[in-house]
Design a protein around this ligand. Structure first.
Ligand SMILES: [Zn+2]
Length: 986
């Protein structure tokens, strides 16, 4: 029997049975290559999935930007979305995805441009057809090119005051100006418009040339995942991507063989660079030239070294630095910046005294390197342990978002040496023991001088910056360090506290799974006393040897005053800090832990292999009840907290807008300023006495366990927790009914209110608007459904109008906003235009869309919209953690509405279009006499962009109700009512 000839011939490189796959993976795979173009695609069939996804990675990035057009690769990425020959409408793709429960994104890095989307599994084919056009028939239309340039410019201006971006570019600028690594990748109005115009460069033509040259099938990797059979999916992929031709252009990143530090004039190894940060973060970075790890994916030699230098357990460099009071954090690892070149960096977040003694910190790093030198030949058992951990991680890999997975896979598939059968496993598994490669890496760290970089907001009065980084304006100075100094550092012998880590005792041994076949969609209450409540739920779907446990200690004392609040914050940070060595080892062994707090509770969460979960839980509870080492670490925690509270002033304007809205709605919130004043005067003794008293004024211990642990065992753990509390605080009282009530928020008055203030950070060019209407209490499911449907319908058109058409700014979000017991609709925009203009644009959107577009939705289309919204509510959780987050949310809100999604879905199915039109007219439209609106304006201190004097740019909106300006938010709140909540009896 012969198979019929294929219209577009392709070769199957591997099928499911040949692939190394995770234990629990039930998907079917086919890795193919189109014969005529060389395009490689991984086709994945998962009949159980409710979401489909696709991704395409092109092996080109801003390293390939023409020298006179910085940002071109990134600009090409933006424009690919803006219309193709077959689908010329510029928001066609986004519109299609939004209508079918999907979304998309893309990013450009130094050597990759990566596009991805996800969509309801029934609509993969339509989305794929639109997606594939980007790569062979984009329009790059004149009008879009001009407008989308503003989005790129706004994206850049959002990053200008962010240290992460500033320092990354500074590192690039400290290298050979002729090396691609030196480039500025985001682009802005100057690099992509003004300057090219002066030089007579046709940017649109350059875009088309770039696309023709690099958007070549041989540089592309495609991943498509759907619920359809493998044959169907394969056919779609082949048909859709067949038109993408290959120019056989060689992988451009392979041609970059020089190291950015090769040019002696621009080699800053052995230099000290001081760079001024925007925020108060003091940091020391040692950066070495390092052998390229890219080709050695089987052995991952760099991960052996980063595992040791970046370790946080006993004997580690970080433990020593913390003990000395010099650091709060440390990370180490190779930066995969090129195929043929790498850096290895050790980054230390310094304390005040670590900053003052930074050379001692460098010496400590060298002392740890001396530990490694003395340990030569480097032991194999560490590799074995890394191998086992990687193996467990791969075998029990959990699913997450399908589009993120597809995007990541498409990028990983670019590695040319990975054999087809390892395509899923190559990035995780450690396959070979290559000690000589690790030794080479260690040699580099021991023998070559690193670049020493110090960052801080100030370096004393005598410091004069010698230069300003070109793109972000970061001020810095450079000086050559004495070779004698490096010799001194290299001659260090290890501090007695330093050692290699001991074998990790927390590696899970029991990986058996109990398969519960009876469905249990919601938790059961298995213990209920005035003091303790325990919820349990079995894993009936994923069958992983993991569990998720959350415990909250609910007490009204936390929010009683700013002082109570900050003392609790310090206590929480103490627990995290003092247990770091243990929790780090647990984390390496696949068990993560965290402790956090809100105004009404402190919460401990653990997630991972269930083996040692109780050990870590009880250690955390012990530390919380008895902070016996607080005196030793208080100073470091206290300064760190204070510094972070000060840094709040420099956060992005949109974050301040969100916070101000939060303050306006919540009954009582302690602002960073209140907390700063309170924390200034607390002592270690205060924290210790707080630990003894805070649980005594009314407490509920409530827990939720999901997963692979028998109920009786779980109850034993919780008994142990409660016994410890009762021993530490014998006078404990359960919560009174008043103390058990859920938090209630302000009921906005009818009308329009606006709260406006200046952006604190004087240099930030951005303003922000958080525009919010309140539609009811969270217990009103009907209101939540209507708000949800409106957002589902309006999100894409709002983005299209506010970002794509009006180009207000890069950040535009439309969402349902829930806070305490309230629900509302918000539009959040960060913009260089004035908040007044932004707000008018938002109002105009609701007016026009609510009046002209929404009512015209046809009946069949309406039914489909409702279907998509309902599917979103009932979307299957992808892993244990997602189930846990949903159910715990119902506990933490005190509403215990575990079935809220099902209830809302049932309501939504009965909602007609007329109801939604009426809802918009009542709650959102500017003409409404009954809406309850509050807008927060953060006004930049830099003069805002002028609105062009054209018909398209002008807005004119009439608002029915007068606008009330809120001058003093607390005074205003004192006059408002609170929304009702429901007290659930259990
Ligand atoms: Zn972008």
């Amino acid at each position: 029997m012969s198979t019929p000839p294929r219209a577009v011939p392709y070769t199957v490189l591997a099928d499911t049975a040949q692939l190394r796959r995770p234990d629990l993976d039930e998907r079917a795979y086919r890795l193919i290559r189109l014969d005529h173009s060389g395009l490689t695609a991984l086709v994945v069939s998962d009949p159980k999935t409710d979401k489909a996804a696709a991704a395409l990675d092109v092996h080109v990035g801003h390293y390939q930007d023409p020298d006179d057009l910085p940002g071109l690769a990134h600009f090409a990425e933006h424009l690919s979305f803006m219309g193709t020959k077959k689908y010329p409408r510029e928001n066609d793709y986004g519109d299609y995805l939004a209508k079918h429960g999907g979304h998309s994104n893309a990013f450009t890095s130094n050597s990759h441009t990566n596009y991805y989307f996800e969509v309801h599994a029934d609509h993969l084919d339509g989305a794929l057809d639109r997606f594939a056009q980007f790569f062979h028939a984009p329009l790059f239309s004149e009008s879009c090119t001009d407008r989308e340039l503003r989005a790129v410019d706004s994206e850049n201006s959002k990053n200008l005051q962010v240290d992460l971006w500033r320092l990354s570019q500074l590192r690039k600028s400290l290298s050979d100006p002729n090396h691609p690594y030196h480039k500025f990748g985001t682009g802005n109005l100057d690099t992509l418009c003004t300057i090219p115009a002066q030089r007579g460069i046709d940017v649109r033509k350059a875009l088309l040339d770039f696309h023709d040259k690099y958007y070549s099938a041989n540089l592309m990797r495609v991943v498509v995942l759907g619920k359809d059979p493998l044959d169907t999916l394969t056919q779609w992929v082949v048909d859709r991507f067949a038109p993408v031709q290959s120019t056989n252009v060689p992988v451009p990143a392979d041609a970059i063989t020089a190291h950015p530090w090769d040019n002696k004039e621009h080699n800053y190894a052995g230099h000290l660079v001081r760079a001024k940060s925007v925020k108060d973060t003091k940091q020391l970075v040692l950066r070495w030239r390092f052998p390229a790890a890219y080709a050695h994916w089987r052995a991952k030699p760099d991960s052996y070294l980063s595992h040791l230098v970046g370790h946080e357990g006993q004997g580690s460099l970080l433990s020593l630095l913390k003990h000395k009071g010099w650091a709060t954090d440390l990370s180490a690892g190779a930066e995969g910046v090129g195929h043929a070149f790498d850096f290895f960096s050790v980054t230390v977040v310094l304390t005040e005294s670590g900053f003052a003694q930074w050379h001692d910190v460098v010496a400590a790093v060298y002392q740890y390197l001396a530990v490694l030198r003395q340990a030569r030949p480097l032991p194999k058992w560490i590799h074995d342990e890394l191998q086992v951990m990687a193996d467990i991680r791969f075998r029990f890999q959990e699913l997450g978002s399908v589009s993120s997975w597809a995007s990541r896979m498409a990028g990983l598939m670019q590695k040319p040496q990975v054999p087809p059968e390892l395509v899923l496993a190559a990035s995780t598994l450690v396959l070979d023991w290559r000690p000589e490669l690790i030794e080479q890496g260690l040699d580099a760290l021991l023998t070559k001088d690193p670049l020493v970089m110090l960052t801080a907001p100030a370096f004393g009065e005598s410091w004069v910056p010698s230069a300003k980084e070109k793109w972000y304006g970061t001020e810095y100075s450079v000086e050559k360090l004495d070779t004698a100094r490096f010799d001194h550092w290299r001659a260090q012998t290890p501090d007695v506290a330093l050692s290699l880590p001991a074998p990790n005792a927390l590696l899970p041994k029991n990986l058996d799974v109990v398969r519960h076949t009876t469905k249990q969609p919601h938790p059961h209450l298995i213990k209920n006393t005035p003091l303790v409540r325990c919820w349990a739920q079995v894993d009936d779907t994923f069958f992983v040897p993991r569990a998720s446990l959350a415990v909250r200690f609910k007490t009204p004392v936390i929010n009683a005053s700013p002082r109570h609040y900050v003392l609790t914050e310090l206590l929480v940070e103490y627990v995290e800090d003092v247990l770091n060595e243990d929790s780090y080892n647990a984390h390496l062994a696949g068990l993560s832990s965290s402790i956090s707090m809100g105004p009404d509770a402190v919460r401990i969460s653990l997630y991972g292999f269930a083996d040692n979960l109780d050990v870590l839980l009880l250690k955390m509870v012990d530390a919380l009840l008895d902070p016996r080492k607080i005196a030793a670490v208080f100073d470091r925690l206290h300064r760190n907290k204070l510094r972070r509270l000060r840094n709040w002033d420099l956060e992005a304007p949109y974050q301040h807008a969100m916070f101000d809205l939060h303050v306006a709605l919540e009954e009582t919130v302690w602002s960073p300023t209140d907390r700063r004043a309170a924390i200034e005067i607390v002592t270690a003794a205060d924290v210790a006495s707080h630990a003894r008293s805070w649980l005594a004024s009314g407490l509920l211990v409530e827990s939720y366990l999901l997963g692979n642990v028998p109920s009786d065992k779980y109850l034993t753990w919780m008994d142990a927790v409660v016994t410890r509390i009762q021993t530490a605080v014998p006078t404990i009282l359960p919560l009174t009914p008043h103390q058990r009530t859920a938090r209630r928020a302000v009921h906005l008055p009818v009308g329009n209110a606006v709260a406006s203030r200046a952006v604190t950070h004087a240099q930030n060019v951005n303003s922000a608007v958080d525009w919010y209407v309140q539609v009811g209490p969270a217990t009103d499911y009907k209101a939540r459904v209507l708000a949800g449907l409106v957002v589902h319908l309006a999100r894409e058109p709002a983005f299209n109008m506010l970002r794509t058409q009006r180009q207000l700014g890069y950040l535009v979000f439309t969402d349902v906003r829930r806070q305490a017991n309230t629900v509302g609709v918000r539009v959040l925009v960060q913009s260089e235009y004035s908040p007044a203009h932004v707000e008018e644009c938002i109002e105009a959107f609701w007016r026009d869309w609510g009046r002209d577009t929404l009512p015209k939705i046809a009946a069949d289309e309406w039914a489909r919209h409702v279907g998509v919204y309902v599917d979103g509510l009932l979307e299957k959780p992808k892993n244990l953690a997602q189930v846990s987050a949903r159910m715990w949310g119902a506990v933490a809100s005190d509403l215990y509405d575990f079935d809220s999604r099902e209830q809302m879905a049932a309501i939504a199915r009965g909602v007609g279009l007329a109801e939604v039109v009426a809802f918009v007219a009542t709650h959102l439209a500017p003409s409404s006499p009954g809406r309850r609106k509050l807008a927060v304006h953060l006004v930049s201190q830099v003069p805002s962009k002028q609105v062009p004097d054209t018909d398209e740019a002008r807005v004119d909106v009439t608002v029915a109700m007068p606008t009330v300006e809120i001058v003093d938010v607390v005074e205003w709140k004192s006059r408002q009512a609170l929304l009702p909540t429901a007290m659930v009896k259990l």
